[in-house]
Design a protein around this ligand. Structure first.
Ligand SMILES: CC(C)=CCC/C(C)=C/CC/C(C)=C/CC/C(C)=C/COP(=O)(O)OP(=O)(O)O
Ligand SMILES: O=P(O)(O)OC[C@@H](O)CO
Ligand SMILES: [Mg+2]
Length: 239
């Protein structure tokens, strides 16, 4: 099966609870060269903030995906290409594995399944909001992470495995182990990518790198460098 993310190298994650750098617009954000924009964050999410970002990005042709951190912030908007729905494989509370999902399906009157996709998160930075929120067990060796990745693909049919180091640059060996464990599922890596070299390094192992805080802290030129790093690694990838 072909998926849109087969063709991606770089995703920009826009946090609707954070500002852009002074003087920058969402038109600039959409012109960074990123392959897709994912809209989401852990804390401070509301439907209104989500809508503001979708509306501001809708006319520039970059694929837009919502990544909700809870069912109450999911928006129904035709400008979205789809929904990337996380499941946290190493969560301490099963609410973040299937509970939130069950509640979401129960309260919604019919979902657009054709635009709804799965992301198997493995959360590895214990100091991140997402680790705290989901009570994730971040003490995982590369072998553990590889096993989680295989379970996500082979037993749970997840479309994406997402190695999440939100806020800090992760362990490349761990990302490589996850990559080696996967056949068809797409590997996303996110966390602490701040320049060309970091983007290129993780792109050796991850199919897609996700850049978040850099947009809000440093701005669009810095993000553009990470796009170039991701694309440069892709060009030298022998597989
Ligand atoms: C079933 C539905 C619709 C939702 C539940 C989805 C789940 C399981 C969410 C768990 C938390 C999660 C994986 C959220 C995704 C977004 C994310 C990881 C954002 C990064 O957050 P941080 O960078 O830690 O937080 P802040 O940037 O807000 O500080
Ligand atoms: O904000 P950063 O550290 O770039 O992380 C990106 C993303 O993985 C967060 O969910
Ligand atoms: Mg964040």
């Amino acid at each position: 099966m072909t998926t849109p993310w087969d063709e991606w190298d770089h995703v920009l994650k826009v946090d609707p609870d954070k500002d852009l750098v002074a003087g920058e617009t969402f038109e600039d954000v959409c012109a960074t060269g990123t392959d897709a924009i994912e809209i989401g964050g852990t804390t401070g999410m509301t439907k209104e903030k989500m809508e503001t970002v979708v509306d501001a990005c809708a006319k520039y042709g970059v694929p837009l995906y919502q990544e909700p951190s809870n069912p109450a912030v999911v928006i129904d908007d035709d400008a979205l290409d789809g929904y990337l729905i996380p499941t946290v494989f190493n969560a301490g509370d099963s609410f973040w594995v299937t509970g939130a999902h069950k509640e979401w399906v129960r309260i919604e009157n019919g979902l657009d399944w054709s635009r709804t996709h799965t992301e198997a998160y493995i959360v590895l930075n214990p100091d991140s909001s997402v680790a705290e929120y989901t009570d994730a067990d971040c003490d995982q060796s590369p072998d553990d992470v590889a096993a989680y990745a295989a379970v996500a693909e082979k037993l749970f049919g997840q479309e994406i495995v997402y190695i999440e180091y939100s806020g800090t640059f992760g362990d490349p060996e761990t990302v490589e182990a996850a990559s080696d464990a996967l056949d068809d599922t797409t590997l996303f890596y996110g966390g602490g990518i701040g320049d060309y070299d970091a983007a290129k390094e993780m792109s050796q192992y991850a199919d897609v790198i996700v850049v978040g805080d850099l947009l809000h802290d440093e701005g669009c030129d810095a993000v553009r460098e990470t796009v170039e790093g991701a694309k440069a690694a892709e060009d030298t990838d022998p597989t």
